[in-house]
Design a protein around this ligand. Structure first.
Ligand code: SF4
Length: 332
């Protein structure tokens, strides 16, 4: 694109964004703490899922200082079900570091030094909260750029990353970088969608090489899909005197610190079950889980008997919550 075309591109995109942006809670102010929270919650998670989590979290921890005082139990309890628990652990670690100076750093260069902040999140906070002219590149932006420039290299290659970083910075509107970045992401999320993009509604369709070539869905070019591993598990539900046995995940396991019903990998077929089996996917694993209730069970070491009335205060793994919801009258 020539400089003139880039200017036109920016003004078309920003005008469209101002008229069409979704009314999302984190767009109501420029508070860096709440923008930071929204950005980490939105990683790998949909907007619809994030909104209630975001609102509950801010109600309980409205400032970085209040988060810094939180216990692991408290913040995991608010995060349970969102997954990728390192996001909140790192956010908490960062809050402890910043608490000493009491101000969130205002530049990408400083932000990126904090735990859990990569190029994308640091750029998003710096541009949206502090107006620093740095471009953001997330999955939505990559898709828009790949189609706009009909870029045909594999999207995760080193070469592609360099291309996206350079192009996004070249077209960035430096006078309002926060809005421009959000407009690019919004375009990818609502118009330039992975399937059936609505190009006739796109404010920058006159600049789109993919559209000119009538091949928008060819872009971005992606490597082969990951293969899934199927596994079957028993899930033990030990209940005794209105208490249930839970196990806390250890520090060398994923989702460390969360509580769960004990899961045991099985190779047995034709398993007798108490409740219908449930399906659950995590990373590249597809799990089929057979829950089995043991009443008047004996306590096992390293596990804990939790009163059923207290269950809602425990941060549980998603799969355990799914199973417990199937047992009638268990949650009070
Ligand atoms: Fe995406 Fe279509 Fe717009 Fe091109 S014209 S950027 S493919 S929505």
């Amino acid at each position: 694109m020539t400089q003139l075309q880039i200017q036109k591109f920016r003004s078309n995109l920003l005008a469209w964004y101002n008229q069409n942006k979704r009314d999302l809670p984190w767009r109501k102010n420029k508070d860096p703490y709440s923008i930071w929270l929204s950005e980490i919650m939105l990683q790998q998670t949909t907007v619809k899922t994030v909104i209630p989590y975001y609102e509950r979290f801010l109600k309980k921890f409205p400032t970085l200082q209040s988060l810094a005082k939180a216990t692991e139990h408290d913040y995991l309890n608010l995060w349970q079900g969102l997954g990728y628990y390192n996001r909140i652990r790192n956010f908490h670690r960062a809050s402890l570091i910043i608490k000493k100076d009491s101000l969130i750093p205002a530049t990408k260069k400083e932000l990126i030094q904090l735990p859990g902040l990569g190029d994308y999140t640091a750029s998003a906070i710096a541009s949206i909260a502090f107006n620093e002219p740095v471009a953001v590149v997330d999955g939505n932006v990559m898709r828009v750029l790949a189609r706009l420039f009909a870029y045909d290299k594999e999207i995760t290659s080193k070469e592609a990353k360099k291309f996206f970083a350079e192009k996004s910075q070249e077209i960035l509107e430096v006078k309002s970088p926060g809005d421009f970045n959000q407009a690019m992401m919004e375009l990818g999320a609502t118009v330039c969608t992975p399937h059936n993009p609505t190009c006739y509604l796109c404010p920058v369709n006159s600049f789109c090489e993919g559209l000119k070539k009538e091949s928008v869905e060819k872009f971005p070019v992606k490597a082969k899909k990951i293969t899934y591993k199927n596994e079957e598990y028993f899930c033990e539900i030990h209940i005794r005197k209105n208490k249930i046995l839970l196990r806390q995940r250890l520090s060398d396991e994923i989702m460390q610190g969360l509580w769960e019903l004990p899961l045991i990998l099985t190779y047995t077929k034709n398993i007798p079950i108490d409740i219908k089996p449930i399906r659950h996917s995590i990373m590249n694993k597809r799990m089929l889980i057979y829950p089995k209730i043991f009443e008047n069970s004996k306590k096992k070491s390293s596990e804990k008997w939790v009163p059923l009335t207290d269950l809602k205060n425990y941060p549980l793994t998603t799969v355990s919550r799914k199973i417990l919801k199937l047992i009638p009258n268990l949650w009070t």
